[in-house]
Design a protein around this ligand. Structure first.
Ligand code: KG4
Ligand code: ZN
Length: 349
C-alpha cells in the first residue's frame, strides 16, 4: 500500500454523532480499516429525529461502536496516530456525546485530537477512493441539513457558491415521506430511501411540481415551495386516490429535486471552469440523482465523483479521512474543543 501525502501517516480513529447515526471508523492514509455505523431505529415512530432520544441512544452506543471499530481494524488504542471527531454543525446534544468520547480517549491516551466540520467530512468521503477529484473542483453536498454548492480551489479551502434558502434537499425528502405517511415505528426517520423505493413504481411526469430557482442567475436553492406544492396536491386527493397515486407523487417530487440539483451543479462547474464535480451527502445515495448526474456529466465532458451510498450517508470514515488530512497539515484541537451546532465551513478554512 502506498502512502498518500494527502494524509497523516498512521491510523486515525474517527467519531461521528452529529445526528442519529452513531459511527466510529479507523482510516489509515485514505484506506478504510473499519467503518461501524449504528443507525438509530425508532425515530420513524415520531416522524422525524427526536434530539433528546438521539443523544440518549448515542450515550448507550458510542463506546461499543468505538470498541467494534478498533477490533475490526485490528488496532488497539495505543496503535492510533490521532482522533478526529465531528464538532459541528449538527444537534448539540448528539455532537456532545461524540466530542466527550473523543476527548476522553485522547486525554487518557495522550493522542492528538482534531475537530472536523461535518460538511468537510462529506467532501472527504470522496478521498477514500483512489479515483478522487482533483482541485479545482465543484462539490454539491446534499444532506438532511445542507444543500451547498461549494467551489474547492484546493483541498481544505472552500468557497460557498450557493446554498438552500429554506429546506435542505434531504429535509424535503423527509417531509414528503412524512406527509405521504411512509414512516413506521421501529424504523428510521430517513425519508429519502422510502420515497425513492416508492418512486420506482411511479411516473416522474405524472405531476408537474415546481423547480424552485432552477433558472435563477445564482447558485442558491429553495425546496420549501416544492414541499408545499406536494402538500396541496396530496390534500386535494381522497384517501383512495392518494394510495393509488402515491408512487406517481413520489416519482414526480423526486424528479423535481433531481432536475434542480443537476441543472445547478453543471452550471456551477461551467461557471468555475472546472473539470471535476463531486456529489456527496445523504441525498447522493439516491439512484435517480446518481444516474441523472452521470448522464449530465458525460454530455458535458465532466468527470463525476460520487462516493458509494454507504459513504454518502453519515459515517465516521469520512470524518477520520478529513481528520487525517487536517492532522497531516499540523492542525490540532485542544481539550476545550466544544460542540458548534452552527459551525460555518469558512471557520475551518
Ligand atoms: O448526510 P446525511 O446522512 O445526514 C445529514 O448530514 O443530514 O443525510 C441524510 C439525508 C436524509 O434527509 C435522508 O432522507 C437523505 O439524506 N437520503 C436520501 C437517500 N438516502 C438518504 N435522499 C434521497 N434518496 C436516498 N436514497
Ligand atoms: Zn451528513
Amino acid at each position: 500500500m502506498t502512502r498518500s501525502p494527502l494524509f497523516l501517516s498512521g491510523p486515525v480513529l474517527g467519531i461521528e454523532t452529529s445526528c442519529d447515526e452513531t459511527s466510529a471508523a479507523v482510516v489509515r492514509e485514505g484506506c478504510i480499516l473499519s467503518n461501524i455505523i449504528f443507525s438509530q431505529a425508532d425515530h420513524g415512530r415520531y416522524g422525524g429525529v427526536v434530539p433528546e432520544l438521539a443523544s440518549r441512544d448515542h450515550i448507550r452506543r458510542i463506546l461499543p461502536v468505538v470498541d467494534e471499530a478498533l477490533q475490526r481494524a485490528g488496532i488497539g488504542i495505543a496503535g492510533l496516530s490521532g482522533i478526529a471527531v465531528t464538532a459541528g454543525p449538527g444537534l448539540v446534544g448528539s455532537l456532545l456525546i461524540g466530542l466527550c468520547a473523543a476527548k476522553s480517549i485522547a486525554f487518557a491516551h495522550g493522542l492528538p485530537l482534531v475537530g472536523i466540520h461535518h460538511i468537510e467530512g462529506h467532501i472527504f468521503a470522496a478521498f477514500l477512493d483512489e479515483r478522487h477529484p482533483s482541485p479545482p473542483f465543484v462539490a454539491l453536498i446534499v444532506s438532511g441539513g445542507h444543500t451547498d454548492l461549494i467551489s474547492v480551489p484546493q483541498i481544505g479551502l472552500y468557497r460557498i457558491l450557493g446554498r438552500t434558502r429554506d429546506d435542505a434537499a434531504g429535509e424535503a425528502f423527509d417531509k414528503v415521506a412524512k406527509l405521504l405517511g411512509l414512516f413506521r415505528p421501529g424504523a428510521s426517520a430517513m425519508g429519502g430511501p422510502l420515497i425513492s423505493r416508492l418512486a420506482e413504481d411511479g411516473n416522474p411526469h405524472a405531476v408537474r411540481f415546481p423547480r424552485g430557482l432552477i433558472d435563477a442567475d445564482h447558485f442558491d436553492f429553495s425546496f420549501s415551495g416544492l414541499k408545499t406544492a406536494v402538500l396541496h396536491h396530496v390534500r386535494a386527493l381522497d384517501p383512495d386516490s392518494l394510495s393509488r397515486s402515491a408512487p406517481d407523487v413520489a416519482a414526480s417530487f423526486q424528479a423535481a429535486v433531481v432536475d434542480v440539483l443537476v441543472a445547478k451543479t453543471v452550471r456551477a462547474a461551467a461557471f468555475c471552469g472546472v473539470q471535476d464535480v463531486l456529489v456527496a451527502g445523504g441525498v447522493a445515495a439516491n439512484r435517480v440523482l446518481r444516474e441523472r448526474m452521470a448522464k449530465a456529466a458525460q454530455e458535458r465532458g465532466l468527470s463525476l465523483f460520487i462516493p458509494p451510498p454507504v459513504l454518502c450517508t453519515d459515517n465516521a470514515a469520512m470524518i477520520a479521512a478529513a481528520g487525517s488530512f487536517r492532522m497531516g497539515q499540523g492542525e490540532r484541537s485542544g481539550l476545550d474543543l466544544n460542540a458548534a451546532p452552527r459551525l460555518s465551513l469558512r471557520d475551518v478554512a
